[in-house]
Design a protein around this ligand. Structure first.
Ligand code: SF4
Ligand code: F3S
Length: 105
């Protein structure tokens, strides 16, 4: 199993999640993070850190396409191991539910 970052992260990228990951499993894109399934050890400590509740266990992901999407993007993006400021307008985008089309690769 792995944990998966979902739509709520898009255009927010708060990055609180990366500070607690014991295996540095997060990968960073322009406006989204992905979890590398090869590095995630299913500890779940990142889940409560996300202010917008974007992280789910693979078995609970509401939109299934985010499972292969995390794997694909994680293979292309570089690790992020320390938190940094959220994206500009993160608070506004945190209110938006449908933002799948905003994802930048
Ligand atoms: Fe890292 Fe644990 Fe979250 Fe997996 S579940 S990404 S190992 S903090
Ligand atoms: Fe994204 Fe939440 Fe982490 S918004 S960067 S999954 S803290």
């Amino acid at each position: 199993m792995t944990f998966v970052v979902t739509e709520a992260c898009i255009r927010c990228k708060y990055t609180d999640c990366v500070d607690v990951c014991p295996t540095d499993a997060f990968r960073e894109g322009p406006n989204f993070l992905a979890i590398d399934p090869d590095d995630c050890i299913d500890c779940a400590v990142c889940v409560p850190e996300c202010p917008v509740a974007a992280i789910y266990a693979e078995e609970d992901v509401p939109k299934l396409d985010f499972i292969p999407l995390n794997a694909e993007l994680a293979s292309q993006w570089k690790p992020i191991t320390r938190s940094k400021p959220a994206l500009p307008d993160a608070e506004e985008w945190a209110q938006v539910d449908d933002k799948r089309g905003e994802l930048k690769r």
